[in-house]
Ligand binder design. Structure first.
Ligand SMILES: [Mg+2]
Length: 364
């Protein structure tokens, strides 16, 4: 049985990025977010976190704190005895939107729950903590020369899959990708247009890349997130698998995407859908539809990345992982959860998400 939640503590967090994170929609130089501690009646503490993202979830540090300290805490503490699933649903229903805030609380709740069971979170969810995940490394949208240099560095670090950010200019995009391919000819590529193309541009660019013989594993969110008819047209017109990302914000949206065959793959992020319960519901829908999933993350604190890795290792519909975000963050004080070398992620074998963050200013 899940002990009652007695307290939720949330505080702002920021860390500089080692290099700017640039997509067709935004640029991030400093990661701003919130760290969460959730305490159960037996004294168990779980950790969660959230990142500010006006461009994807619409949330700021201030709004995340307000949601956590208001309706989310109320749902956690004033709930009837309902077990983990009941509390998860109460958090999801506590307010409209505020998905990153809900995800931070939901992760902290799941972390505490699996700590009470004495097992890694992924094993509490039915997975195997010994699973080895392989993540890509992202190359920010930039000049062809800078993108080529970043690709060369990532390939040198042992990453065999690179996620290339494109989408602001279809002519420049092909030039960028050629430069990256020439710099790192032995890696596989995932493209992410972050909604940056219209339907015709997307089909033209992707076909030009296919005609140029550049091997693509997938293309993420080629068109606007609400344009499912447009994304279905792109999916039908090209050979490379198309992945929905920004369009997948809930189990309901996942259901609509698979029913309309708007994409071949789904990208699940805890911060987009509001937490682990909703993420697993999306993965279940994907499995029922015969669609594979990637688990990705926003630019958010390392705790969130560790939680996403545990979810990725727990569900058979998740066959791809995109969890390099924390590698961009320059904060040695917030470490733990997993190790990552050359694209290989190993989960911490201890209870929960295996995270005991050393917070700045605290004694070790
Ligand atoms: Mg994406």
């Amino acid at each position: 049985m899940l002990p009652a939640v007695t307290e939720l503590r949330a505080r702002p967090y920021s860390a500089p990025l080692a290099r700017p994170f640039i997509t067709a929609r935004r640029r991030v130089d400093t990661m701003l977010g919130v760290l969460v501690e959730l305490e159960l009646a037996d004294g168990t503490v779980g950790h969660g976190s959230a990142g500010q993202s006006f461009g994807v979830t619409g949330e700021s540090v201030e709004s995340i704190l307000a949601a956590l300290n208001g309706p989310v805490t109320q749902a956690l503490i004033e709930r009837p005895a309902a077990g983990l699933r009941g509390v998860t649903c109460a958090v999801a229903d506590s307010c409209v939107g505020n998905v990153a805030a809900k995800a931070a609380a939901d992760v902290a709740l799941h972390d505490a729950w699996s700590r009470t069971l004495g097992v890694p979170l992924t094993e509490a969810l039915g997975g195997d903590a010994a699973s080895v995940l392989r993540t890509d490394m992202t190359v920010s949208l930039d000049t062809p020369q800078r993108m080529a240099a970043a690709a060369l560095e990532a390939a040198g670090d042992g990453f065999d899959v690179l996620k290339i950010k494109l989408g602001d200019d279809r002519h420049a995009d092909l030039e960028r990708l050629r430069a990256v391919r020439d710099a790192a000819p032995d890696v596989r590529f995932r493209l992410d247009a972050n909604q940056g193309w219209d339907v015709k541009s997307a089909i033209r660019v992707i076909r030009a890349i296919e005609d140029a013989g550049i091997p693509l594993e997938l293309v993420e969110q080629p068109v606007g997130k609400h344009d499912l008819a447009g994304m279905a047209a792109v999916t039908a017109a090209v050979d490379v698998p198309v992945m929905a990302d920004e369009s997948v914000s809930s189990p309901r949206s996942a259901l609509e995407i698979v029913q309309r065959r708007a994409a071949d793959l789904l990208n699940i992020k805890l911060a987009k859908c509001g937490g682990i319960g909703e993420a697993l519901a999306i993965a279940d829908i994907a499995r029922a539809a015969g669609v594979d999933c990637m688990v990705g993350a926003m630019m958010e604190p390392r705790i969130s990345i560790a939680a996403a890795a545990h979810v990725a290792a727990a569900h058979p519909a998740v066959t791809l992982v995109d969890l390099d975000s924390a590698e961009w963050i320059d904060d040695p004080d917030l470490d733990g959860g997993y190790t990552l070398h050359g694209g290989e992620m190993h989960l911490h074998p201890g209870p929960g998400i295996g995270f005991a963050p050393r917070v700045k200013g605290e004694q070790e």
